[in-house]
Design a protein around this ligand. Structure first.
Ligand SMILES: Nc1ncnc2c1ncn2[C@@H]1O[C@H](COP(=O)(O)OP(=O)(O)OP(=O)(O)O)[C@@H](O)[C@H]1O
Length: 622
């Protein structure tokens, strides 16, 4: 990051703005020390004089030198502007990050407050607060600070929401990191840069606003003086002594420009822009897992969004100890939403309902059973549940060392000391075959290769004693060799530690390679559930068959076009009556177009096909 700032200062605009700002700040520090005497010296022989060799910009009504007074006023003007900016930023940061800390209701209230405050013109707010806090420098600082807060609150909200979407936040949430800690350690470091840049630009505007309040007599009071006050005092004589009125005005413009230009140059150089949903559910009674080996029981899971649109429509499955279950389907079939719902990562306005959603026998939805608390539910997920995301680059917080990120959850849930947690992190990195684990633990995510980052992500899941790893397209961003290594690693973890795995992929050949069972999803439903070994011969749903037929292999004729599934996946907002796949299915009958088939005997189809061998698909890799 430091090198990027240096690069900005090396550009002509960056260097110019930086020098100008440095000059203004040095002036604010040293001018009162060097020239207070000249600025305050009263010379009754030279009252209200124009420019002369002795007084370059003339004198005021007490014969004081305007030039030196403009220089000396720089400290009050800039200091008060910086103070007001600091108040605006801190208040804005507190208001803007409140939704991330306060949960659903408090968050909504904070957003409403910000929305209302933003709707008021800043100048009106400043005048209102100036009257509330009283006339004078203190009142003006508070007034301008609070008047500037809503725009920083909105900026913070936008930035926090942007970071909250990232996978490393989801990973930290699954690891059970608390809201406050999440904000301080994961979110704020990632939004600090745009905030600082915007605060710098904002300081220019604050300087101008402060001069405005002093100009109309609500800011700095005599005998103190700032540029605004000087401007106000000399305005009446602008036609006789223009320099006396123009000089403080020019000073405001130059100082304001210095902050603005510098902020803009840095924003441009760093690529900084100058400007979701929580858990609700039906409340089923706690249903104990019916199967003592069941790690995850999902019964009639629905995920919906306002529209209304229900991209996941009644998904049911059970994953048992040490089982690897594949969830496969085209893009948009609802695989990721299913995984996110299981991980409790669907945010409002998204809604999750299920007849049952339980993990290791504990219900994840609805009212908590007696003697259970939200903290125990969080701890259960934090220690026994792991999620691996598609993009290993976004899965880690870029500002923190890998080892620290792995250690964080262990410190929180297992109460390990800093050193013990770091030792476990190194041990887990070794377990996922990261070479030179001790050295690597002290490196940042960008120093890891893609495959190594993905393995480190799996290592993060292994910090506790996971019973289930949900891996959402864990190999899609990796090349084939690394993809194979990651799949092998998941398989090894399963066989060594009896960990269950839900592997999500749009690639049926990846799923077939390591899974025990395959769930095929289409338009938010599981349309077929079958053992992976039966994929080649036992698939009965026309959609599963179409997915299999679209996988090329060494026997695929090179001179013929690759098989594709005709048509496009359905839009969850516009589901047809009957079977959602009917429009693309060559076996569809009138019944298919009017009646929606349900999963019976592991297949949801009115015309399940007889078992057959697929020439173009092999599961022989297993
Ligand atoms: N926040 C949301 N609001 C409305 N619709 C959404 C939202 N998130 C996802 N969807 C819709 O839900 C459907 C299923 O999305 P999901 O991400 O689960 O698909 P997927 O099968 O995982 O696809 P991919 O492989 O591309 O990730 C998509 O049509 C998507 O547009």
């Amino acid at each position: 990051m430091r090198t990027r700032w240096i690069a900005v200062l090396r550009t002509p605009v960056g260097a110019g703005a930086g020098l100008l700002l440095l000059g203004v700040l040095l002036l604010a520090v040293f001018a009162p020390v060097l020239w207070s005497h000249q600025a305050n010296a009263i010379d009754t022989d030279h009252l209200l004089q124009g420019s002369s060799a002795q007084h370059w910009l003339g004198t005021d009504n007490l014969g004081r030198d305007i030039f030196y007074r403009v220089l000396v006023a720089s400290r009050t003007s800039i200091l008060l502007a910086l103070l007001a900016t600091a108040i605006a930023v801190v208040t804005g940061l507190a208001l803007g990050s409140a939704p991330a800390i306060l949960g659903k209701r408090g968050g909504r209230a904070a957003i409403a407050v910000v929305n209302i405050a933003v709707a008021f013109p800043g100048l009106l707010l400043a005048l209102f607060f100036a009257v509330v806090f009283g006339v004078g420098a203190k009142g003006a600082v508070l007034a301008i600070g609070f008047a500037g807060a809503p725009s920083f609150a909105r900026l913070t909200q936008t930035l926090v929401a942007g970071v909250a979407e990232r996978d490393f936040i989801a990973a930290a949430r699954i690891a059970g990191v608390g809201r406050f800690r999440m904000l301080v350690r994961h979110i704020l470091p990632n939004i600090a840069e745009p905030l600082v840049v915007n605060a710098t630009i904002g300081a220019g505007g604050t300087l101008l606003a402060f001069a405005g309040l002093s100009f109309i007599g609500l800011g700095v009071q005599p005998p103190a003086y700032d540029w605004g006050r000087m401007l106000g005092e000399s305005l009446s004589g602008i036609y006789v002594h223009p320099a006396a009125a123009l000089a403080p005005g020019v000073a405001v413009v130059i100082a304001g420009l210095a902050f603005n230009l510098f902020g803009e140059a840095v924003a441009k150089g760093l690529g900084v822009q100058v400007p979701r949903a929580r858990w609700t559910s039906r409340t089923p009674e706690a249903v104990p897992a019916r199967d003592s080996d069941a790690v995850l029981v999902v019964e009639d899971l629905q995920v919906s969004f306002p529209g209304p649109v229900t991209p996941v429509r009644g998904v049911s499955f059970t994953i048992r100890k040490g089982e690897i279950v594949g969830l496969v389907g085209e893009s948009g079939s609802g695989k990721s939403l299913t995984a996110l719902a299981v991980a409790q990562l669907i945010e409002p306005p998204g809604q999750v309902t299920a007849a049952e959603l339980s993990f290791l026998g504990a219900p994840l939805l609805g009212r908590l059973p007696v003697r259970s608390t939200a903290a125990t539910r969080r701890r259960l997920l934090g220690t026994s549940f792991a999620m691996v995301f598609q993009d290993p680059m976004t899965s880690f917080n870029p500002t923190k060392r890998i080892g620290v990120q792995l250690a964080e959850g262990a410190r929180e849930h297992q109460g390990l000391s800093r050193r013990a947690a770091m030792n476990r992190a190194i041990d887990r990195l070794r377990a996922v075959r990261v070479p030179a684990a001790e050295r690597r633990a002290h490196q940042y995510p960008h120093e890891f290769s893609g495959g190594m980052r993905q393995r480190a992500m799996i290592g993060m899941g292994l910090m506790g004693t996971p019973a289930l790893i949900v891996a959402d397209e864990p190999t899609t961003a990796l090349d084939v060799t690394v993809q194979r290594q990651v799949l092998r690693l998941l398989e090894t973890i399963r066989s060594e530690d009896d960990v269950a795995v839900l592997l999500i992929s749009h690639d049926i050949s990846v799923v077939a390679e390591i899974c025990d069972r395959v769930l095929v999803m289409y338009a938010g439903r599981v349309v077929e559930d079958l053992p992976a070994t039966e994929l080649a011969t036992g698939a009965r749903h026309p959609y599963t068959r179409a997915l299999l037929a679209a996988v090329p292999d060494l026997d695929t004729a090179l001179d013929e076009p690759l098989a594709v599934i005709p048509g496009r996946p359905v839009d969850p907002a516009r589901l047809p009556d009957g079977c959602a796949f009917a429009a693309r299915c060559s076996f569809a009958s009138d019944r298919c177009r009017t009646e929606d088939p349900v999963l019976v005997d592991q297949v949801a189809c009115w015309h399940p096909q007889a078992q057959a061998e697929y020439s173009s698909f092999r599961t022989g890799q297993r």
